[in-house]
Design a protein around this ligand. Structure first.
Ligand code: SAH
Length: 391
């Protein structure tokens, strides 16, 4: 097996099980090393650290094991079986809940791999060339570890480093299209993994949608950045007086309408609008809504965009806090990994101060347990949310 040697002292973070080797830590690369190769990582004194996938870029190796395991079909099957056991222990794999994340990268000791399950279909995304090359092995292991999964759709056209020139094709590796409706907490959702964002659905808001359901009774709900209408459908079940969904994408609006109709056919409490969120908030009347959800896309995809992102969160939250009815509840989120919990809270604090209203924090939210954070890899924590009570 090809070996990568580290510079002196650069094994420290790996000894604390951090799963990335940065390129600056590498002393020498073996000849004929290719991107995506499985490599053994050794310290400067020759001590073996573990095995991982090599890639070109600031992260040179994503560690798969700190032991001596061989990276084979049995390795992936073992990891995937562990991943499923955790989801079963969490009570997520049940007849009325068929949508969950089976693999959350580093959080499941499979850096570079994401797998979401929607009923009998698993949607798999590779974020590293190593996982791309292992895709057929992994797909087979998914169906063995998780016998209810009959189809594996590979969707990595936008997730792999484009400089690697891998030209991945989005396609079924195993099985074929059957149905695209999956249940989440008993609610039906059409999941468009072929054309939708990410794997087609944001399973990471499941617990937060449930919490919202409990606050919806009798309220006038505004779901901003609705995408598939997840929050809207839960608000409908929670007996909201009315639910308005907003997204700038017309496709998202038709998905939202379809999902509401799937669960509440003919229910005229719901309306959806294809509009820019900032514009929409500018044009609503004071007190028109008493429950608002703000779940925008990541404003900061990279650290360089941090300042603008924080300004964006502040501006958006200030509008919502300003307009919400007295006694209103605001669910506000950031899914930018580059924005910390503290920074997000500070942006929302600044927004509240700008309006001068009395605001209290009721809940501090995060990603659900099927998006576990490897304790040695705090970078895996990305979703932050606050539930505010505005007087
Ligand atoms: N809340 C959703 C996920 C939101 S994803 C859920 O629970 O599944 C972010 C959404 O924001 C996308 O659908 C995107 O189309 C929409 N979006 C991006 N910029 C926008 C803008 N300026 N105004 C309104 N919607 C926007």
């Amino acid at each position: 097996m090809k070996e990568i040697k580290l510079r002196k002292g650069k094994e420290e973070s790996l000894d604390r099980f951090h799963p990335w080797v940065f390129s600056g830590a590498v002393a020498s690369l073996p000849p004929e090393l290719e991107e995506g190769d499985t490599v053994v990582v050794v310290a400067a004194d020759g001590r073996r650290i573990g095995t991982g996938h090599f890639q070109i870029g600031s992260i040179a190796v994503r560690m798969l094991t700190f032991g001596n395991e061989e990276i084979s079909y049995a390795f992936y099957l073992g990891r995937l079986s562990q991943a499923l056991r955790l989801r079963q222990a969490l009570g997520l794999d049940r007849p009325d809940n068929e949508a969950f994340r089976l693999v959350h990268g580093e959080g499941d000791f499979l850096p570079g791999l994401v797998v979401d399950v929607y009923g009998s279909t698993a949607v798999m995304q590779a974020h590293s060339p190593g996982m791309h090359f292992a895709r057929n092995t992994i797909a087979k292991a998914i169906t063995e570890a998780c016998p209810t999964v009959k189809n594996v759709y590979y969707k990595s056209e936008t997730t792999l480093p484009y400089k690697a020139h891998l030209d991945p094709v989005n396609a079924y590796i195993i099985g074929e299209y059957r149905t695209d409706v999956a249940l989440e907490n008993g609610l039906k959702f059409r999941v468009d993994w072929l054309k939708g964002q990410k794997t087609g659905f944001f399973v990471d808001q499941r617990d937060n949608r449930s919490l919202l359901e409990h606050y919806s009774h009798g309220r006038k709900v505004l779901n901003m950045f609705c995408y598939t209408g997840g929050f809207s459908v839960y608000a409908m079940r929670g007996q909201a007086r009315l639910v308005h969904s907003v997204d700038s994408s017309a496709k998202a609006i038709s998905l939202t309408d379809a999902n509401v109709a799937l669960n509440f056919p003919g229910d005229d409490r719901h309306k959806a609008f294809a509009e820019d969120a900032f514009k929409y908030l500018d044009n609503i009347g004071q007190g028109e809504y008493d429950l608002i959800i703000l779940d925008p896309p990541a404003f900061a995809k990279h650290r360089s965009a941090l300042r603008n992102a924080l300004r964006g969160y502040q501006r958006l939250n200030a509008r919502a806090i300003e307009r919400i009815a007295p006694g209103g509840i605001l669910f506000t989120f950031s899914c930018s990994q580059a924005v910390s919990k503290e920074q997000f809270r500070l942006a929302v604090f600044s927004a509240a101060a700008q309006t001068g209203r009395r605001v209290r924090i009721l809940h501090q939210l995060t990603q659900p347990a099927d998006h576990p954070v490897n304790i040695y890899h705090p970078e895996g924590e990305y979703l932050k949310g606050l539930v505010l009570y505005v007087e």
